[in-house]
Write a protein that binds this ligand. Structure first.
Ligand code: IMP
Ligand code: MG
Length: 182
């Protein structure tokens, strides 16, 4: 693992792929235990694009029937960011009466999961659970329970393993952190 340059910034190694894999193993074991005897297959909701890599790794470790759906949450109205999340693109599964597991790459303020959580319940889901690879505990002040958290992280900007800095840096197997003094 080396220092990484993306656009104008430098990032240094933070979580190795081996540690990420071990944390996902543990999380998957818990989920397998919780969902093994479900009457009806849950819907896993991958939040594009950040969660693609994590969702792919997680799914391979799950041994119960599940459905996969992917969504993009947008804060855009036309070409201008409103700063308010208001659009869900690509939600095509039937949510009625289902358990929906939101799969997020990282929970920061929690606005994204709050919005999706409410949206999915409005679509008739019976229950929503939240699963995230990373969680910035010190920042998150939401009241949506975080049921499955793989790794708690400090409040600094991270890239890699799906997470981006201005759309780049998603394609690394380790996770990097913004170097100090930037
Ligand atoms: P929240 O809505 O504030 O919880 O933000 C969650 C979203 O912001 C995540 O889905 C990420 O796309 C993005 N995000 C938050 N923190 C980071 C970070 O450290 N690196 C890259 N993306 C981040
Ligand atoms: Mg995201």
């Amino acid at each position: 693992m080396d220092r990484l340059k993306i656009h104008d910034k430098y990032f240094v190694p933070y979580i190795s792929h081996a540690d990420i894999s071990a944390a996902i193993d543990k999380l998957a074991a818990r989920m397998n235990n919780d969902f093994r005897n479900s009457d009806r297959a849950p819907v896993f909701l991958c939040i594009l694009n950040g969660s693609i890599v994590f969702t792919g790794e997680l799914m391979q470790r799950l041994d119960f029937p599940l459905e996969l759906s992917s969504v993009r949450v947008s804060s855009y109205s036309g070409v201008t960011s409103t700063g308010v999340l208001n659009t869900v693109v690509g939600l095509n599964s039937n949510m009625e009466g289902r358990t929906v597991v939101i799969v997020e790459d990282i929970v920061d303020t929690g606005k994204t999961i709050r919005f999706l959580h409410d949206h999915v319940l409005e679509r008739g889901a019976a229950e929503v659970r939240v699963c995230t690879l990373l969680c910035k505990r010190d920042v998150y002040d939401g009241d949506v329970p975080l049921d499955y958290v793989a790794i708690d992280v400090e409040n600094k900007f991270l890239v890699g393993f799906g997470l981006d800095y201005d759309q780049f840096g998603r394609n690394t197997e380790d996770i990097y952190i913004l170097e100090d003094n930037q």
